[in-house]
Design a protein around this ligand. Structure first.
Ligand code: ATP
Ligand code: MG
Ligand code: MG
Length: 553
């Protein structure tokens, strides 16, 4: 295969396999913190971790990085598992929690203390941080760095026993306050937090820092490739330092950093997404405008489209911003292949065909998917009264308007030619309906005399239809990088017209038994799916995406 991989991690793995490293074993992990719902950025990481293992016959662990009890909840754990599964990945019985290792991490900390490699510092957080120095100036050593091993052990046990208050003291690694790498300047390993944990309850009042937990968990699980985002590159020497203190063979997990996904016109930090939810700027984590996986699912994105998107953007070490149009392209491409076509009218205008009898006059045969003949055809009822799109009629059309207007003839998709004869208005001059005649000889869309019409419009029978609510979405933010402005809050850039609700739309009867998440293409209007707010009496559709990219003009 001459195509160069757009995934540098796969290249690394292949080189290592050829060299016989880890006996060819590939074992990755996806390590979310359960402090929010997963977003499309996480999807990139999920596809990379599970995808790499699949490609090289390896394994992937799902590990909840639950070391900070103040932000974590079981609701998030459940949603994360649901979303990973929905994306099409399976961790089998390899489900782990960082909190499973609290005892071992504690024992490891004790070992470090016993080796003189960790000490209890009684200074407060501000003092410790002020002593860190700068990248060009060495830090200042804590006056507690010289405590004896016995004293440190005693204090650590008392920390664990709850004898101190939050902030009274921390456990720090005894490394090097002059290291050129700031993360090596005696980093904090444990802090006191008197908060119950979603899994360990009140057992602990000291909790390990992320850096002190992550690499050790990787080591204990036998992870070969610990893939993380670029901001952790500077943490790597510390990651390796801990593994060095722990390892008793040649095996060590290797941390590899890649660039995170950034998408334009949205925000991706869980903290900011939580703010949108809490302050009711959206209806929830699964609002179809959210970049969350559950939001995209509800919007009508398929797992395949998200996986293809992740494949397309590739894996590099260069940070950048990906155009959301690429994500939209991926769903359009997928739904084009699989979505059932139907006709639906969103802004209805009634048409009365005056030379047509009452009742169901005809059943028009319509193609279910021009991309897939095996999906077959269906019948669409044709009646004297129909709805067409208000936009498809103009009483006084400009020159280039080829759709319906008084005196002109158009083709009704899959049906007949119609000609507009009258425009009916109410007392305010609003058009209430239009009257047309149809040519019964033009059945199927061609007239025997070879007469040409310039346009084809969609329609739905006014009596044989399903009434539905349709929700149209625009971008949640009107700015490309809402959180990229120095002194302006990202919420200032919210697009207040991002949701348009059309309460009375008419869809052809085919959708009658549609279930939540079913996809359709409404001809000429875009791809739609059935929303979970649908009831037995009323379907609700979300527009997933328009048929063409109307934004990047
Ligand atoms: P956030 O800043 O949104 O809270 P996070 O990195 O703190 O994200 P985690 O739950 O720790 O969220 O992330 C789990 C995994 O997903 C990590 O390995 C992280 O590197 C990866 N990840 C998070 N955001 C992105 C992103 N935008 N692109 C790629 N990978 C990401
Ligand atoms: Mg994180
Ligand atoms: Mg975070």
């Amino acid at each position: 295969n001459a195509v160069k991989s757009n995934n540098f991690i796969h290249q690394i793995v292949e080189e290592e396999i050829s060299a016989g490293k880890n006996n060819g074993r590939v074992h990755t992990r996806f390590p979310p913190e359960p402090n929010g719902y997963l977003h499309i950025g996480h999807a990139k990481s999920i596809c990379l971790n599970f995808g790499t293992a699949q490609k090289y016959n390896g394994l992937t662990n799902l590990r909840f990085d639950d070391t900070n009890p103040s932000r974590e909840e079981t609701e998030y754990v459940d949603s994360i598992m649901e979303d990973v599964r929905w994306l099409g990945f399976n961790w089998g019985d390899r489900l782990y929690y960082a909190s499973d290792y609290f005892d071992r991490l504690f024992d490891f900390a004790v070992k470090l203390i016993k080796e003189g490699k960790a000490y209890i510092d009684d200074q407060d957080a501000e003092t410790i941080s002020a002593q860190k120095g700068t990248p060009t100036r060495p830090g200042t050593e804590s006056p507690f760095k010289s405590r004896t091993i016995e004293e440190n052990l005693d204090l650590f046990m008392r920390m664990k026993a709850g004898e101190f208050n939050e902030g009274d003291c921390v456990l720090r690694a005894n490394i090097d306050m002059a290291s050129p790498n700031m993360h090596m300047r005696d980093p904090i390993l444990y802090r006191i937090m008197k908060a119950p944990h979603h899994r360990t309850g009140d057992k602990w009042c000291i909790y390990p820092m992320y850096d002190f937990a992550h690499g050790q968990c990787d080591y204990w699980e036998g992870i070969t490739h610990s893939i993380c985002t670029l901001e952790f590159e500077v943490h790597r020497p510390l990651y390796d330092w801990f593994v060095d203190q722990l390892k008793d063979s040649d095996y060590r997990p290797r941390q590899i950093e890649f660039s995170r996904l950034n998408l334009n016109y949205t925000v991706m930090s869980k903290r900011k997404l939580l703010e949108l939810v809490k302050d009711n700027h959206v209806t929830g984590w699964d609002d179809p405008r959210m970049p969350t996986i559950c939001g995209l699912r509800r919007r009508g994105y398929t797992p395949e489209s998200i996986r293809n998107f992740a494949e397309r953007i590739g894996v590099t070490k260069t940070d950048g911003v990906t155009d959301v149009a690429l994500l939209e392209y991926s769903i359009r491409e997928d739904l084009n292949k699989r979505a059932q076509r139907v006709m639906g009218v969103l802004n209805p205008l009634k048409v009365v065909i005056t030379n047509c009898p009452e009742g169901v006059v005809d059943q028009m045969e319509a193609v279910n998917n021009p991309e897939d003949a095996s999906m077959g055809t269906r019948l669409v009822p044709f009646t004297r009264e129909l709805y067409i799109e208000r936009d498809d009629f103009m009483e006084e059309p400009p020159k280039k308007f080829f759709r319906l207007s008084p005196g002109t003839e158009v083709r009704l998709r899959y049906a007949y030619f119609i000609t507009c004869t009258d425009v009916i208005k109410d007392a305010n001059g609003e058009i209430t309906e239009i009257h047309c005649t149809y040519d019964p000889a033009s059945r199927g869309g061609n007239s025997p005399d070879g007469r040409k019409v310039k346009s084809t419009i969609h329609w739905v029978s006014a009596s044989e239809n399903i009434e539905a609510e349709v929700r149209l979405y625009d971008r949640l933010f009107s700015d490309e990088e809402p959180d990229g402005h120095k002194d302006v809050d990202f919420k200032e850039f919210m697009n207040h017209d991002s949701l348009q609700v059309l309460p009375k739309c008419y869809i052809e009867p085919f959708v009658k038994d549609a279930k939540v998440l079913d996809h359709f293409q409404f001809e000429r209007l875009g791809y739609f799916n059935v929303d979970q707010d649908s009831t037995a009496g009323k379907l609700v559709f979300n527009r997933t995406v328009q048929l063409k990219d109307t934004w990047a003009k």
